[in-house]
Design a protein around this ligand. Structure first.
Ligand code: 2HA
Ligand code: ZN
Length: 276
């Protein structure tokens, strides 16, 4: 059956891993994966005999026409994905204009793909273009520490990137391009989708002020790992500030450059201060 397929198992595992991290209270967060042609062929025997109605998305991603996505359902809880995937997740097909979807499997008790599907869809479109087709995963979660940071740091890409890079030595290696920051906006609509897209043209992760984090990548490991690394760095930042003690030392900008040189990554130079 559908849930025996490797790709579906790995998708469910990622959703459950996020739940276990505490990033998905209630119906918080959403996960979409753009299927390969081979994966769609494997799935096709399990598709519903009659696909559901086409639903207009109000946004267009011409480069995603004819693609298929695994998606969490709107109002569904990550906590339930592993124990009841047929009720919690779905596969959707995109039409040949790239502006509508229809459910071809899953959400057996009714429902729609995630309320953030327009955001996910538009960001897949942007990331597919930015990565030459490599990007397949978009993941949105509500990790507490990165959200906490959005109350006390200026909401700029530079401030967040520097704070995170300096909180844990691996960070500049994992996200050398930095992270974008989207100001507080109403979730679920076209505005937050477009604002996030502007950031995701340049970054593979974007912070949503007072809300959460949006991350993208070529596969589940890399995307989950990016979310995990950013949130871990945010936790260290928050813990460090919470001691109330003055900061006696940190990683210097030239030390960030030294990491980049040895690990062969290119840091966004405009986020670094002048050479010392
Ligand atoms: O799915 O996380 O941003 C609920 C949300 C909306
Ligand atoms: Zn959210």
């Amino acid at each position: 059956m559908m849930t025996d397929l490797s790709i579906v198992k790995r998708y469910i595992r990622m959703a459950n891993d996020g739940w276990l991290q505490g990033w998905h209270e209630r119906n918080g967060g959403n996960l979409t994966y753009r299927l390969t042609k081979e994966e769609v062929a494997e799935m096709r025997p399990f598709f519903d005999a009659r696909p559901r109605e086409w639903v207009s998305m109000g946004v267009t991603g011409a480069n995603l026409a004819g693609e298929y996505f695994l998606a969490t359902g709107s109002g569904k809880f990550f906590r339930n994905v592993e124990i009841d995937p047929e009720d919690s997740i779905c596969v959707v097909e995109i039409n040949d204009r790239g502006d509508s979807y229809r459910i071809v499997w899953g959400l057996v008790n009714g429902g729609r793909p995630t309320s953030e599907f327009p955001s996910h869809f538009m960001n897949h479109s942007v990331r597919v273009a930015a990565t030459g087709g490599a990007c397949r995963v978009i993941y949105h979660a509500h990790p507490a520490n990165i959200i906490a940071m959005t109350f006390v740091l200026p909401l700029t890409d530079r401030d967040f990137t520097r704070a995170l890079w300096k909180s844990a030595t691996e960070c500049p290696v994992v996200f050398p391009g930095g992270v974008g920051v989207v100001p507080w906006m109403v979730p679920g609509g076209a505005d937050i989708a477009l604002a996030t897209c502007e950031k995701m043209k340049e970054y593979d992760a974007a912070v949503w002020a007072h809300h959460g984090l949006f991350a993208s990548g070529p596969d589940f490991d890399i995307t989950f790992g990016l979310m995990h690394t950013i949130e871990k760095a945010a936790q260290i930042w928050v813990l460090q500030k919470s001691t109330g003690l003055p900061e006696l030392q940190t990683i210097q900008d030239d030390e960030l450059r030294a990491i980049a040189r040895d690990f062969n990554v290119e840091l966004r130079e405009e986020f670094l201060d002048e050479r010392g």
